[in-house]
Design a protein around this ligand. Structure first.
Ligand SMILES: Nc1ncnc2c1ncn2[C@@H]1O[C@H](COP(=O)(O)OP(=O)(O)OP(=O)(O)O)[C@@H](O)[C@H]1O
Ligand SMILES: [Mg+2]
Length: 270
């Protein structure tokens, strides 16, 4: 492994934004058997850290995200969001799902306002914030359009604005740019970096793209095939802000190769 690469397995420091301890998840299927999705995952994420998770399809990444989001209940272990154990959805969390999931009968602005309505927050104050966020993600002028009038990339940007409207401290993103073409995806990566810096939030970002993980992450967590365990946690020591040119730097290539080697060592082909 190159000297620029540092393994980081520490989960001891506090206070963490998220602290996951010995988390296991076994789904009960409709037919009565069980699927062992996560096996004793331990991971601490520090405030304002940007952590990318990579791992083969079916290794439990979405499961991990849904547990942290409080959308599904784990079978063993503990998950803390700062000092509170997670027991359900939290106003401190924003989620961007894989593929845009906007309600087709609501306008862009109404879609962005959904968390405000659901959480019963002040609508007038947050409408201003929603407009600012739409501006930040480059969608000024589209607030009264309907999702079908937007491109896939624009819909995904609206989803990001929606995830941030209630000012969460933690942003969970599940392959948010997986369906986009390569150029739009690069633009989104640059924009996301800027948005996250402005919002000063912690991010857990799932991706299948090693390049994307190295470009965005302060740290990359590599998972094993199912049942998912943490195979490695690698700090990405590249200066910020990162421009697209950073991808052609030798250090960038070293990180990409190191992550690919870890995935290949686990029997994954990427
Ligand atoms: N609701 C469910 N009921 C039963 N099994 C499930 C359920 N959700 C997920 N699983 C199983 O748990 C395992 C992990 O699924 P998960 O969606 O977390 O994987 P993933 O890493 O996100 O995969 P991908 O990269 O394809 O999105 C899979 O074997 C899947 O079949
Ligand atoms: Mg998934």
């Amino acid at each position: 492994m190159s000297t620029v690469l540092k393994a980081d397995r520490s989960v001891a420091e506090s206070p963490a934004e998220i602290r996951i301890t010995d988390l296991s998840m076994r789904y009960r299927t409709v037919s009565g058997d069980s699927v062992f999705a996560l096996d004793r995952v331990s991971l601490a994420i520090q405030p304002r850290e940007f952590v990318c998770v990579v791992g083969t399809s079916g290794c439990g990444k979405t499961t991990l995200l849904r547990i942290i989001a409080g959308l599904v209940r784990h079978t063993a272990g503990r998950v803390h969001l700062r000092d509170r154990e997670i027991s359900g959805p939290s106003a401190d969390v924003g989620i961007v799902f894989q593929g845009p999931v906007l309600l087709p009968w609501k306008t862009v602005l109404e879609n962005v306002m959904i968390p405000v309505v659901v959480l019963g927050l002040d609508r007038d104050a947050h409408r201003r914030r929603a407009m600012e966020l739409l501006d930040l993600v480059g969608l000024s002028g589209f607030e009264d359009k309907y999702p079908k009038e937007l491109s896939g990339g624009m819909q995904q940007r609206a989803s990001i604005a929606r995830a941030l409207v209630h000012q969460p401290s933690l942003l969970l993103m599940d392959e948010p740019f997986g369906a986009l073409d390569a150029m739009t995806r690069e633009t989104m990566n640059l924009e996301l970096q800027r948005i996250v810096k402005d919002a000063a939030i912690t991010v857990l970002f799932i991706t299948h793209s090693i390049q994307e993980a190295v470009f965005l992450g302060d740290r990359i967590v590599v998972m094993t095939p199912r049942p998912g365990r943490i195979a490695e946690s690698m700090t990405i020591d590249l200066p910020r802000p990162r421009e697209l040119d950073a991808m052609s730097a030798p250090e960038f290539g070293s990180y990409v190769r190191a992550v690919r080697r870890l995935l290949n060592a686990r029997g994954m082909t990427h």
